[in-house]
Design a binder for this molecule. Structure first.
Ligand SMILES: *[C@@H]1O[C@H](CO)[C@@H](O)[C@H](O)[C@H]1NC(C)=O
Ligand SMILES: *[C@@H]1O[C@H](CO)[C@@H](O)[C@H](O)[C@H]1NC(C)=O
Length: 190
């Protein structure tokens, strides 16, 4: 009987150590998650558009694996790039649905051109960030921001033209804010 009691104690010990192991793994997960949340809130708190910063970064599945500022900057860059690519696709879609000779179509073609430049700049920034050439990062991403302004201004130049209303205002503003947030996060890396 003594040996089966000893066996039960052993089973109990094994069982509870698994239980404890499970608990500590869960605690570690919670800890990681909290650290990542703290990092995102603290860094986004230093940007101009805090809510957009937090929501755009959280919308990326990679945000759950962010462990440092560099990782956060990578995700902030990528969400900006993805938004630029989506805007470029949207512009192409609008062009295909606009009369070729219209004022609107001309503006859209200019927008397609500047957004193509902007996404290229953001793509080049991946490497610049890796080699910590922050000056060039700043130049390229500021240029990308200007590109979205240029697109917007194209529509607003002829104010009395009924066609002059930009169909891209929201996208242009959001893109510009994402660029601004990314630059603010990059500054924290200096
Ligand atoms: C954001 O910054 C302000 C002042 O700079 C500070 O009072 C606040 O606690 C910060 N919030 C977070 C979430 O870090
Ligand atoms: C963004 O992420 C996608 C998917 O991982 C990748 O294909 C793309 O090269 C990234 N681009 C930039 C500029 O970070």
């Amino acid at each position: 009987m003594a040996s089966s009691e000893a066996l039960m104690v052993v089973f109990w010990l094994i069982g509870s150590s698994f239980f404890l192991l499970g608990t500590s793994i869960r605690l570690a997960d919670d800890q990681d998650h909290r650290n990542e949340e703290d990092l995102v809130s603290a860094a986004c708190n230093r940007t101009f558009y805090i809510d957009i910063c937090v929501s755009s970064i959280r919308s990326d599945p990679r945000s759950s694996t962010i462990s440092d500022l560099k990782g956060l900057a990578d995700v902030a860059l990528n969400v900006t790039f993805v938004h630029g690519m989506e805007t470029l696709d949207y512009i192409k879609h609008l062009i295909s649905n606009s009369p070729a000779a219209s004022y609107r179509s001309g503006c859209l073609r200019d927008c397609a051109e500047v957004y193509a430049d902007a996404v290229q700049s953001l793509q080049d920034t991946v490497h610049l960030l890796r080699i910590r050439d922050f000056e060039k990062v700043n130049t390229l991403v500021s240029a990308a921001m200007t590109d979205s302004d240029t697109c917007e201004d194209g529509f607003n130049e002829v104010l009395d033209d009924a066609e002059g209303v930009s169909p891209l205002t929201q996208r242009n503003q959001y893109f510009s804010k994402l660029c601004s947030n990314f630059l603010a996060i990059t500054k924290l890396l200096f």
